[in-house]
Design a protein around this ligand. Structure first.
Ligand code: ADP
Length: 193
């Protein structure tokens, strides 16, 4: 199974992605984790990325595509993927679709974790500072949400247009969200995976 998760910061993408990957025997690929690992390694790419992450701005499309592409192809060959935080712009989605079509690894479904922006900020503020992330301070959280609305929310229409979108209420209790996603994905599940 190959799934893309879309959701604002605080929507529970990471938690749900991990659970879905377990459920489908797929690989959880988190763009943010990979970018933070580059920053932590202190290499030249990591130094270029650090400022974007701490400001809550998206890193340039070509860098994130470059970083994610090989893991996507590898995961597709071994049980599929659950993409968490990629694609995050229309340009990324279009590039992934074009490359994915060539390689036979396009997603079967996209899940939109819908949540009220104000409630999501509240959720994030409660967890802020506990994970050691430099972008978990209120001003940056608010900015990440704006970036989501502006640049990532249009992906919902992109995937709806491809007939592969499911919408799930992100504000429900965590197990209920997982159950809702799994139920909604069942009709989109490929026969062979
Ligand atoms: P969240 O969804 O909570 O904001 P992530 O861990 O998914 O957290 O992303 C953290 C940061 O990593 C983003 O604010 C952005 O700077 C960068 N990032 C993650 N994924 C992408 C992407 N696909 N394209 C560009 N930047 C990204």
């Amino acid at each position: 199974m190959r799934v893309v998760l879309i959701g604002a910061p605080g929507s529970g993408k990471g938690t749900q992605a991990l659970r879905l990957a377990g459920h489908y025997g797929a690989t959880h690929l988190a763009a943010g984790d990979r970018l933070r690992a580059e920053v932590a390694s202190g290499n030249e790419l990591g130094r270029r990325l650090a400022g974007y992450l701490s400001r809550g701005d998206l890193v340039p499309d070509d860098l994130v595509i470059e970083l994610m592409w090989r893991p996507i192809v590898e995961a597709a060959a071994t049980g599929g993927y659950v993409l968490d935080g990629f694609p995050r712009t229309l340009a990324q989605a279009e590039a992934a679709y074009a490359m994915g079509t060539q390689a036979g690894v396009t997603a079967h479904a996209a899940v939109y974790l819908e949540g009220d922006a104000q409630a999501l900020v509240g959720r994030m503020l409660r967890r802020a500072g506990t994970g050691g992330r430099t972008d978990d301070v209120e001003s940056v959280i608010r900015h990440r949400l704006e970036v989501f609305e502006l640049l990532t929310a249009p992906l919902v229409e992109h995937y709806a247009g491809r007939g592969m979108l499911v919408r799930v209420d992100a504000m429900a209790e965590v197990d209920a969200v997982t159950a809702a996603i799994e139920a909604a994905l069942e009709p989109l599940r490929p026969a062979a995976d």
